[in-house]
Ligand binder design. Structure first.
Ligand code: NAD
Ligand code: MG
Length: 395
């Protein structure tokens, strides 16, 4: 029986993880569930899964949940804040942590899980983007297991030889082919992009996801973050990763070998496949995902991404090459920009403008310790918020 903590259990990845767990009650036991401030949803999950712990990042919400847990006669212990998240990531009774908090808020608990030598099921790409070097070091030093949940990275992992940690050249890998659908605005006329709404941006053609990653998919910042993520996970550089558009989202990414072989992982666009793969690895278990019918799909298309349409991709590539705190600055500016866009305070096209401004104004430095990364994140957010104030109401 594997004990599991789900960081961000009320989100899209969290709910999919619980769905997979429900199919295998004899193999997985929920030890802890966590959320930011969604008291009702977390309470309902506690009633269904009876975890030993429930954590609310928000202290007021934690007090409300404590009261409701008591009224429901549950024995779940409620914890609060980042300390609570870190604690349930390190429990002796926990074997695996699903890291599915969105954004930089996931960094400390995810890192704590790695330091405790757990199996880390990594959905929270922002943590790795911010502090890839420190994170990978923590995994190695503490014999943690890092299994990617992001569908592309899970696909790449499945197409890699098991000894890929020795270096891609050593195992005959030439390139990683990172695919992305191009999101909802792949063919929208460029002059219409300034006026697209949050609802349009969140209506992804193939995937059903949280709002932040949906907007990132529409700007393709998501693919940029995934480029940085791939470099850390597979110990390679941006020069060895080619990003390509694949509107059908059937191939989830590929690995090209020196002998000309290209291995692809395919499947329905349903996150339960990578979740089940990573939870059971190296075994395979049922995920509940519908089988792929290639005759119905009929056609697989590929194209080069247009950097004029997707300037965020260019910015992320720059940050990937620059290294140090550049990815943390990129990520923080993007988190602020997306939040403001979702509240209708910025235009869609302002997201890239804001990120570019912050990257130009704030020089990157080496990222040798966590304090440096957290400071870079904070400064970038402050700078981004100032930019928003100055640009909010301008045509
Ligand atoms: P979501 O918005 O649906 O859920 C986010 C979860 O994090 C919720 O449970 C929320 O309560 C929690 N949370 C938010 N802010 C928090 C805070 N400050 N402190 C503690 N908890 C907080 O997001 P999602 O779509 O499930 O994505 C989660 C992560 O997985 C993201 O990093 C995303 O990039 C990554 N990811 C998601 C998908 C997908 O299909 N949804 C695919 C690949 C990668
Ligand atoms: Mg992805």
């Amino acid at each position: 029986m594997q004990g599991i903590t789900i960081l961000g259990s009320t989100g899209s990845i969290g709910v999919n993880t619980l769905d997979v767990i429900s199919r295998h009650p004899d193999s997985f036991k929920v030890v802890a569930l966590t959320a930011n401030n969604q008291v009702e949803r977390l309470l309902a999950q506690c009633q269904q899964y009876h975890p030993a712990y429930a954590v609310m990042a928000d202290e007021t919400a934690a007090a409300q949940l404590t009261e409701q847990i008591k009224q429901s006669n549950l024995s779940t212990e409620v914890l609060a804040g980042v300390d609570g998240l870190v604690r349930v990531s390190q429990l002796d009774t926990v074997d695996q942590i699903m890291a599915a908090i969105v954004g930089a808020a996931g960094l400390l608990p995810t890192l704590a899980a790695a330091k405790a030598g757990k199996r880390v099921l990594l959905a929270n790409k922002e943590a790795l983007v911010m502090s890839g070097h420190l994170f990978m070091e923590a995994v190695k030093d503490n014999q943690a297991e890092l299994l990617p949940i992001d569908s592309e990275h899970n696909a790449i992992f499945q197409c890699m030889p098991s000894s890929f940690h020795d270096g891609l050249a050593t195992v005959g890998v030439q390139r990683i082919l990172l695919t992305g659908s191009g999101g909802p605005f792949r063919t929208t006329p460029l002059n219409k992009l300034a006026n697209v709404t949050p609802e349009q941006a969140c209506a992804h053609p193939n995937w059903d996801m949280g709002r932040k990653i949906s907007v990132d998919s529409a700007t393709m910042m998501n693919k940029g973050l995934e480029l940085i993520e791939a470099c850390w996970l597979f110990n390679t550089t941006a020069d060895h990763v080619e990003i390509m558009l694949h509107p059908q989202s059937v191939i989830h990414s590929m690995v090209e070998y020196v002998d000309g072989s290209v291995l692809a992982q395919m499947g329905q666009p349903d996150m339960r496949t990578p979740i089940a793969h990573a939870m059971a690895w190296p075994e395979r278990i049922d995920s509940g995902v519908e089988r792929l019918n290639l005759i119905d799909v009929a056609r697989l298309e590929f194209e080069k991404p247009d950097l004029q349409r997707f300037p965020c991709l260019r910015l992320a590539e720059t940050a990937a090459r620059e290294g140090g705190t550049a990815p943390a600055i990129l990520n923080a500016a993007n988190e602020v920009a997306v939040a403001e866009f979702l509240e209708n305070k910025l235009k869609f096209t302002d997201i890239a403008r804001l990120v570019e401004n912050v990257m130009t104004e704030l020089p990157a430095s080496a990222a040798n310790d966590l304090d440096t990364v957290i400071l870079a994140d904070r400064e970038a957010r402050e700078h981004a918020r100032r930019w928003v104030k100055q640009n909010r109401n301008m045509g």
